[in-house]
Design a protein around this ligand. Structure first.
Ligand code: SAM
Ligand code: SF4
Ligand code: SF4
Length: 365
């Protein structure tokens, strides 16, 4: 079953290189804007809480849009949604192809997170992934998250999920000016509490200023400094030994290029492979492009109406040409990387195309 799901998930990722998909296979859905922390890099906690989609509305939405393979439930703090287990059940009931179920958490609610993860596992979702946010060693993390004790509870949450058979958990560290040179120290501080913890269990991201985070004030990172940090991190990790580590390696290698150009280093797959949905039902291409395409409540929860409208198709074409704000976050980059991986079929097609165009006298490169 898992192998069949994996195969059909992989086919979706590959199909994106052939043209725009009929429906996105990945949905990033911010289920709530509520938050119990006040982080320095993110202003979601300052947002006015709107009329968030109810569980009945989410259920209707999933039932009308069953083509999602990869569901990323984010927030705000997702664990503040008391009906999170219901959302998970609805996803499993209505999304027959669901392969990957991921949610990030600030780790302040270990009991609830453990229960929610166990529910997702019991429901038989093939891949259940939880990322616990960490911003640095204990003192800095608590300072950036503006509350004492958050580092300890994040580590406790990680440990509890790690102990659940079948669950995948990692720490997600967003690099900004304050913690850029503290990656090793962060790993050491966690390893002192969790024996065996190592660089492969930490995923790195870079701070962005986008409408989703609501923070136009994030200080820009110097590309060469980030490159040095990432090179040393990749050195600690060694050769990527599984597909996830390979994806991350490819992501990290392109970070300096993004910081230089502020454009996605490879062709972005937003509005073909993926979509971003807010807690109140607004539909956007991604978490970085503030171009609202519609609201689910206005289309009776049929995503197809929004997806197939001329504005969405025009925007997709623009994004393909790089005419968008540009970003390089794992949320959006991974599906683009997957679509760009060389495959024997595409390599052969491109090579034969190139050879057929080359004149007989043209020298080989
Ligand atoms: C917005 S949070 C939502 C989930 C949860 N509240 C948490 O903190 O993990 C999702 C992820 O974005 C990260 N993040 C916060 N500010 C960011 C920024 N300015 N740019 C990129 N990622 C950021 C967080 O650390 C977290 O890993
Ligand atoms: S990063 Fe997460 S915990 Fe921090 S303010 Fe944003 S949503 Fe809340
Ligand atoms: S590259 Fe553009 S369209 Fe793609 S995710 Fe980033 S901002 Fe959105």
């Amino acid at each position: 079953m898992r192998a069949k799901n994996l195969l059909s998930f992989g086919l979706q990722a590959v199909r994106t290189c052939l043209g725009r998909l009929n429906r996105p296979y990945k949905l990033t859905f911010s289920v709530t804007d509520k938050c119990n922390l006040r982080c320095r890099s993110c202003n979601i906690w300052k947002q006015k809480i709107g009329d968030e989609l109810s569980i009945d509305e989410i259920d209707l939405f999933f039932s009308k849009n069953p083509g999602i393979y990869w569901l990323d439930l984010t927030g705000g703090e997702v664990m503040l949604r008391q009906d999170f287990p219901e959302i998970t059940r609805s996803a499993v009931r209505n999304l027959p192809h669901l392969f990957q179920f991921h949610f990030p958490t600030n780790g302040t609610l270990p009991d609830r997170t453990e229960r929610s993860t166990q529910i997702a596992l019991d429901l038989g979702i093939p891949k259940v992934v939880v990322s616990v946010s960490i911003d640095g060693p204990p003192r800095l993390h608590d300072e950036l998250r503006d509350r004492h004790g958050t580092w300890e509870s994040a580590v406790e949450t990680y440990g509890r999920i790690k102990a659940l058979p079948g669950a995948e958990v990692y720490f997600g560290m967003t690099l900004g000016a304050e913690n850029l040179d503290l990656v090793s120290e962060t790993i050491d501080s966690i390893a002192a509490k969790i024996p065996g913890f190592g660089p492969a269990d930490l995923h790195l991201n870079i701070a962005h200023d986008t409408f989703y985070y609501g923070n136009p004030g994030v200080s820009p990172l110097a590309p060469h400094e980030v490159e040095a940090v990432l090179r040393s991190f990749m050195g600690m990790r060694g050769f990527p030994s599984n597909p996830v580590l390979l994806l991350e390696w490819l992501y990290q290698r392109k970070v300096p290029q993004y910081l230089e150009t502020r454009k996605s280093p490879i062709r972005c797959q937003a509005l073909s492979a993926s979509l971003f949905l807010t807690a109140t039902g607004d539909v956007f291409p991604c978490t970085s492009y503030e171009e609202k395409l519609g609201n689910l409540r206005d289309v009776d929860f049929d995503l197809g109406v929004v997806w197939d409208q001329p504005t969405s198709i025009r925007l997709f074409e623009e994004i393909k040409r790089g005419q968008c704000p540009g970003c390089w976050t794992p949320c959006e980059a991974y599906q683009s990387i997957m679509a760009s991986l060389p495959r024997p079929g595409t390599w052969l097609t491109r090579t034969s195309h190139r050879l057929s165009k080359r004149s007989p006298s043209e020298p080989r490169a």
